[in-house]
Design a protein around this ligand. Sequence first.
Ligand SMILES: [Zn+2]
Length: 164
Amino acid sequence: MNQFLSRRTFILIPTMSILKIIFKPMQVLASSLSSKEEWNLSKDEWKSRLSPESFYILREEGTERAFSSELNNEKRKGVFHCAGCDLPLFLSDKKFDSGTGWPSFWDSIQGSVETKVDFKLIVPRTEYHCSRCGGHQGHVFNDGPLPTGKRYCNNGLALRFVPD
Ligand SMILES: [Zn+2]
Protein backbone atom coordinates (compact mmCIF):
# COMPACT_ATOMS: atom_id res chain seq x y z
CA MET A 1 0.00 0.00 0.00
CA ASN A 2 2.73 2.40 1.01
CA GLN A 3 4.67 1.46 -2.02
CA PHE A 4 1.65 2.20 -4.25
CA LEU A 5 1.13 5.62 -2.65
CA SER A 6 4.72 6.66 -2.97
CA ARG A 7 4.79 5.55 -6.57
CA ARG A 8 1.65 7.54 -7.29
CA THR A 9 3.10 10.61 -5.57
CA PHE A 10 6.26 10.15 -7.55
CA ILE A 11 4.26 10.34 -10.80
CA LEU A 12 1.86 13.06 -9.63
CA ILE A 13 4.39 15.69 -8.62
CA PRO A 14 6.24 15.99 -11.96
CA THR A 15 2.89 15.85 -13.80
CA MET A 16 1.59 18.78 -11.75
CA SER A 17 4.72 20.81 -12.44
CA ILE A 18 4.36 20.23 -16.17
CA LEU A 19 0.68 21.25 -16.08
CA LYS A 20 1.59 24.41 -14.17
CA ILE A 21 4.09 25.35 -16.86
CA ILE A 22 1.56 24.72 -19.64
CA PHE A 23 -1.41 26.46 -18.01
CA LYS A 24 0.30 29.55 -16.67
CA PRO A 25 0.75 31.30 -20.03
CA MET A 26 -2.71 30.13 -21.13
CA GLN A 27 -4.31 31.85 -18.16
CA VAL A 28 -2.74 35.13 -19.19
CA LEU A 29 -4.19 34.79 -22.69
CA ALA A 30 -7.61 33.64 -21.47
CA SER A 31 -8.26 36.90 -19.63
CA SER A 32 -8.03 40.40 -21.05
CA LEU A 33 -5.01 41.14 -18.89
CA SER A 34 -2.09 42.71 -20.63
CA SER A 35 1.28 41.02 -20.59
CA LYS A 36 2.84 44.50 -20.59
CA GLU A 37 3.00 45.76 -17.04
CA GLU A 38 2.37 49.42 -17.91
CA TRP A 39 -0.94 48.41 -19.54
CA ASN A 40 -2.05 46.10 -16.74
CA LEU A 41 -4.51 48.67 -15.38
CA SER A 42 -7.22 48.09 -12.78
CA LYS A 43 -10.90 48.08 -13.70
CA ASP A 44 -11.29 51.61 -12.25
CA GLU A 45 -8.28 52.92 -14.17
CA TRP A 46 -9.77 51.58 -17.42
CA LYS A 47 -13.16 53.06 -16.55
CA SER A 48 -11.61 56.50 -16.13
CA ARG A 49 -9.79 56.22 -19.50
CA LEU A 50 -12.69 54.92 -21.60
CA SER A 51 -16.32 55.78 -22.37
CA PRO A 52 -18.79 53.32 -20.75
CA GLU A 53 -19.51 51.83 -24.22
CA SER A 54 -15.83 51.32 -25.06
CA PHE A 55 -15.16 49.92 -21.59
CA TYR A 56 -17.91 47.34 -22.11
CA ILE A 57 -16.39 46.21 -25.42
CA LEU A 58 -12.66 46.43 -24.69
CA ARG A 59 -12.63 45.21 -21.08
CA GLU A 60 -15.76 43.05 -20.86
CA GLU A 61 -15.73 41.53 -24.35
CA GLY A 62 -19.00 43.21 -25.31
CA THR A 63 -20.31 43.68 -28.85
CA GLU A 64 -21.78 46.89 -30.28
CA ARG A 65 -25.01 46.86 -32.29
CA ALA A 66 -24.52 46.12 -36.03
CA PHE A 67 -24.43 49.26 -38.25
CA SER A 68 -24.07 51.46 -35.14
CA SER A 69 -20.47 52.59 -35.73
CA GLU A 70 -19.51 55.43 -38.06
CA LEU A 71 -16.30 53.53 -38.77
CA ASN A 72 -18.35 50.91 -40.58
CA ASN A 73 -18.62 53.35 -43.53
CA GLU A 74 -15.17 54.91 -43.12
CA LYS A 75 -13.48 54.82 -46.54
CA ARG A 76 -10.64 57.31 -46.16
CA LYS A 77 -6.99 56.26 -46.18
CA GLY A 78 -5.51 55.92 -42.71
CA VAL A 79 -4.80 53.72 -39.72
CA PHE A 80 -7.18 52.17 -37.20
CA HIS A 81 -5.72 52.28 -33.68
CA CYS A 82 -6.72 50.44 -30.51
CA ALA A 83 -9.09 52.73 -28.56
CA GLY A 84 -7.56 51.40 -25.33
CA CYS A 85 -3.83 52.03 -25.80
CA ASP A 86 -3.54 53.59 -29.30
CA LEU A 87 -1.52 50.75 -30.83
CA PRO A 88 -2.02 50.72 -34.66
CA LEU A 89 -4.02 47.56 -35.49
CA PHE A 90 -5.36 47.84 -39.06
CA LEU A 91 -4.55 49.75 -42.26
CA SER A 92 -7.38 51.20 -44.37
CA ASP A 93 -6.23 49.31 -47.49
CA LYS A 94 -7.07 46.02 -45.71
CA LYS A 95 -10.65 47.17 -44.92
CA PHE A 96 -13.57 45.80 -46.93
CA ASP A 97 -17.35 45.99 -46.89
CA SER A 98 -18.46 42.67 -45.41
CA GLY A 99 -22.14 43.71 -45.23
CA THR A 100 -22.24 42.58 -41.58
CA GLY A 101 -22.55 46.07 -40.08
CA TRP A 102 -19.16 45.96 -38.36
CA PRO A 103 -15.85 47.40 -39.64
CA SER A 104 -14.14 44.44 -41.33
CA PHE A 105 -10.55 43.80 -42.37
CA TRP A 106 -8.87 40.95 -44.20
CA ASP A 107 -5.55 41.43 -42.42
CA SER A 108 -4.15 43.08 -39.30
CA ILE A 109 -0.84 44.86 -38.82
CA GLN A 110 1.68 42.13 -38.01
CA GLY A 111 1.96 41.38 -34.30
CA SER A 112 -0.77 43.85 -33.32
CA VAL A 113 -3.47 41.34 -32.32
CA GLU A 114 -3.54 38.02 -30.46
CA THR A 115 -6.28 35.41 -30.56
CA LYS A 116 -8.03 33.00 -28.24
CA VAL A 117 -10.98 30.64 -28.69
CA ASP A 118 -14.22 31.56 -26.87
CA PHE A 119 -17.40 29.54 -26.42
CA LYS A 120 -19.82 32.38 -25.61
CA LEU A 121 -22.23 31.34 -28.36
CA ILE A 122 -21.54 27.63 -27.68
CA VAL A 123 -19.98 27.27 -31.14
CA PRO A 124 -16.26 28.01 -30.75
CA ARG A 125 -15.23 31.39 -32.18
CA THR A 126 -11.80 32.96 -32.39
CA GLU A 127 -11.70 36.11 -30.30
CA TYR A 128 -8.90 38.61 -30.92
CA HIS A 129 -7.54 41.40 -28.79
CA CYS A 130 -4.89 44.11 -28.86
CA SER A 131 -1.49 42.55 -28.25
CA ARG A 132 -0.39 45.49 -26.07
CA CYS A 133 -3.28 46.27 -23.67
CA GLY A 134 -5.29 43.06 -24.07
CA GLY A 135 -8.44 45.01 -25.04
CA HIS A 136 -11.06 42.91 -26.85
CA GLN A 137 -11.54 43.98 -30.49
CA GLY A 138 -13.74 41.37 -32.17
CA HIS A 139 -13.77 37.90 -33.73
CA VAL A 140 -11.90 36.55 -36.75
CA PHE A 141 -13.57 34.19 -39.24
CA ASN A 142 -12.30 32.20 -42.21
CA ASP A 143 -14.81 33.56 -44.77
CA GLY A 144 -12.97 36.74 -45.77
CA PRO A 145 -11.62 37.78 -49.17
CA LEU A 146 -8.28 36.74 -50.65
CA PRO A 147 -5.34 36.83 -50.22
CA THR A 148 -5.79 35.84 -46.55
CA GLY A 149 -9.37 34.50 -46.56
CA LYS A 150 -9.72 36.07 -43.08
CA ARG A 151 -12.47 38.39 -41.87
CA TYR A 152 -11.58 40.41 -38.78
CA CYS A 153 -15.00 41.56 -37.57
CA ASN A 154 -14.20 44.53 -35.35
CA ASN A 155 -16.18 46.70 -32.96
CA GLY A 156 -15.95 50.33 -34.13
CA LEU A 157 -15.98 51.52 -30.52
CA ALA A 158 -12.79 49.57 -29.85
CA LEU A 159 -10.99 51.55 -32.58
CA ARG A 160 -9.79 55.11 -33.18
CA PHE A 161 -9.35 56.09 -36.83
CA VAL A 162 -6.42 58.32 -37.76
CA PRO A 163 -6.72 59.58 -41.38
CA ASP A 164 -3.48 59.97 -43.38
ZN1 LIG B 1 -4.57 48.23 -27.00
